[in-house]
Design a protein around this ligand. Structure first.
Ligand code: CP
Length: 328
């Protein structure tokens, strides 16, 4: 199984075997991610890290993952600081940046833009989020986290109950995660959102066709008795106006009191982050921070492992990672 030279644009390109292979490489990265060991396997290689939409985790973790493998990172952040704002096409940008880089990670506000960019690229392109469409590396790290969290209590992904909550219409992470979950067996899936922010039909069909047991509801209480609760933020940036987004903010708040009343004692809480900490929104309350089942920061940590694995695989060095003795 080889990912060498491949773009990572959509979760649709994965099956269960290659997901397990990515996870196997991700686990191998743990001592390098924690700096217990060092490697220079990507010494001399350059990542073009192009973020045309705000990001904290994805941008920084792509950069850190590449640095941890010994490579260098060159970044562009924000549309206004790029020649795209002067009318340059994605194709031309890709032709140029791909001759400066060995691999490119990119986020852009338009659905389909990263795939369009990849057509002009001569090196692998990793989709860091394209509008409301997909966020494949987030979905892989989410699935990696779900597997790890469930394994800790002797469970597996097959047969689990997951509740996805919030803005399921615009939340690209739940779109990509759902398409990966369609590869698994006999899941119970509860989709909780305002009717106007329901999961797109295409994603619901994928889950339905996989034979999963689906519940679609606009009620939070009574529907959180799941193994995993995956909370999401209202994606204000995808709404026509802030006022329209405000109608939904704060409607599906999860806090310790609701957790105690409605979740199982070991329900794992996930969120792709950022969570909206403004008082009127606050979909995941800070009073859950000491709850041991809050997995949101373990989830973010796993992003480094999965992104290191994806760089190693797309650059074909996954079997060459070895310890580097620093003599300085
Ligand atoms: N989860 C995620 O995509 O976070 P950022 O927007 O901070 O990259």
């Amino acid at each position: 199984m080889s990912f060498k030279g491949q773009h990572i644009l959509s979760v649709k390109q994965f099956d269960r075997d290659n997901i397990q292979y990515i996870f196997q490489i991700a686990r191998k990265m743990a001592p390098y991610a924690s700096r217990k060991k060092r490697t220079r396997v990507l010494d001399g290689a350059i990542l073009g890290n192009l973020f045309f939409e705000p990001s904290t985790r994805t941008r920084v973790s792509f950069g850190c993952a590449f640095n941890l493998l010994g490579g260098e990172v060159r970044e562009t952040t924000g549309m206004e600081s790029s020649a795209l704002s002067k009318g340059e096409s994605l194709y031309d940008t890709a032709r140029v940046i791909s001759s400066y880089s060995d691999v490119i990670a990119m986020r852009h506000p338009q659905a389909g833009s990263v795939a369009e960019f990849a057509e002009g690229s001569r090196v692998p392109v990793l989709n860091g989020g394209d509008g409301a469409n997909e966020h494949p590396t987030q979905a892989l790290l989410d699935l990696f986290t779900i597997e790890r969290e469930l394994q800790a209590s002797g469970q597996s992904i097959d047969g689990m109950h997951i509740a996805m909550v919030g803005d399921l219409k615009f939340g690209r992470t739940v779109h990509s995660l759902s398409k990966l979950l369609a590869l698994y067996n006999n899941l119970k899936i509860t989709l909780i959102s305002p009717q106007e922010l329901a999961m797109p039909d295409e994603v619901v069909s994928a889950l339905d066709n996989a034979g999963h047991r689906l519940t679609i509801t606009d009620k939070l209480e009574g529907n959180l008795n799941a193994d995993i609760v995956y909370q999401t933020r209202i994606q204000e940036e995808r709404f026509p106006s802030k006022a329209e987004a405000n109608q939904y903010r704060g409607k599906f708040r999860l806090n310790q009191e609701i957790y105690t009343r409605h979740c199982k004692s070991n329900t794992v809480i996930m969120h792709p982050l950022p969570r909206d900490s403004r008082l009127e929104a606050n979909e995941l309350d800070n009073d859950l921070n000491l709850n041991p089942n809050l997995a949101i920061f373990r989830q973010a940590d796993n992003g480094i492992l999965v992104r290191m694995a994806l760089f190693a695989l797309t650059l074909g060095v996954q079997d060459l990672v070895q310890d580097y003795e620093c003599t300085v």
